[in-house]
Design a protein around this ligand. Structure first.
Ligand SMILES: [Zn+2]
Length: 308
């Protein structure tokens, strides 16, 4: 018996069909986006902050995030353990084989990007937010000029190149307090600068690490005072570590980076056993914001850290 004969009239059948189509469309929308776990995500990247620094530096604010949240000190950079290739991977959810930024100071991909998004580059987390939460604010404040080539400048609401890490933080804080953005990426240029000038694993290097920790303390205190911490998740990581006066090589001192997550809907699990690579950061941000990740990304959200 044809299905419409189960309905008393053709009109009833048409109503059923319209209802079915509407529900099917709604289910597709639901698949695309789920309820956000966090309203605001702040990604803090401290350049050249090797995971090894935790052995000697006094970092009470980062420790507070590690104890109240989840972390790994065995997260890894992609190779080579250089800056632009890793910042690109962190924001683009993929390795250099796909996004094509392969060097320390890549401004354009040396290898053609496998996918080109609307902004003319390999899509970052900012594009993903732009497409799925059209009115969401998003911004980038950074102390190393090389960051400006690694995100879609045409879709962000803040693109600020600070001359010091303090200036960068202050601008980012103004943006967070005034605009309540979905995502803010804050890039600090230290301790990489001191690592190159004076050397990694030196007193000066640890002093620079401790200054970064103090800036993070200022951020945490401000968010708490303004009541924003209740709706915010923070991820702290780095692009690479270092050895001697450099990085870019294949030692664990250069490749192992901290990956700390703290705040809204983060389980206080402490040390995570899961493998984390820097390209898992963008999918984790998408997961927190309830967004679907592009199927060409290769990273996975670090679900072990998130309250289920
Ligand atoms: Zn770097």
């Amino acid at each position: 018996m044809p299905i419409y004969k189960k309905f008393k009239t053709m009109k009833n059948f048409k109503y059923f069909l319209a209802l079915f189509c509407a529900m099917y469309t709604l289910s597709l929308v639901a698949q695309k986006q789920s309820a956000p776990l966090s309203k605001h995500v702040i990604l803090i990247g401290s350049d050249g902050f090797g995971a090894y620094a935790f052995n000697k530096a006094k970092v009470p604010n980062l420790r507070k995030m590690m104890q109240g949240g989840a972390y790994s000190l065995k997260a890894r950079s992609v190779l080579p353990s250089s800056s632009a290739v890793n910042w690109a991977s962190m924001l683009m959810g993929s390795g250099p084989e796909l996004h094509g930024y392969t060097e320390w100071g890549s401004k354009t991909p040396e290898l053609p990007s496998r996918i080109i998004g609307k902004s003319g580059m390999y899509p970052t987390i900012f594009s993903v937010i732009d497409q799925q939460i059209p009115n969401a604010k998003k911004g980038v404040a950074y102390s190393w000029g090389g960051i400006q080539y690694l995100f879609e400048k045409d879709i962000v609401n803040l693109n600020f190149n600070g001359s010091t890490d303090e200036q960068t933080l202050n601008k980012a804080l103004d943006f967070i307090l005034n605009e309540k953005p979905a995502l803010t990426f804050i890039h600090f240029n230290q301790p990489d600068g001191v690592g190159h000038d004076i050397g990694h694993d030196t007193d000066a290097y640890y002093a620079a690490v401790e200054k970064i920790d103090a800036l993070i303390g200022k951020l945490l205190n401000t968010l708490e005072k303004e009541g924003l911490m209740k709706e915010t998740t923070i991820i702290f990581s780095s692009d690479h570590g270092g050895v001697g006066k450099g990085h870019g090589g294949k030692s664990l001192l250069e490749v192992e980076i901290p990956w700390i997550i703290y705040g809204k809907n983060i389980a206080p699990k402490g040390n995570l056993t899961t493998s984390i690579v820097t390209y898992d950061t963008a999918p984790t941000i998408a997961y927190l914001l309830g967004l679907t990740t592009p199927n060409f990304w290769r990273g996975k959200p670090v679900k072990q850290a998130i309250t289920q």
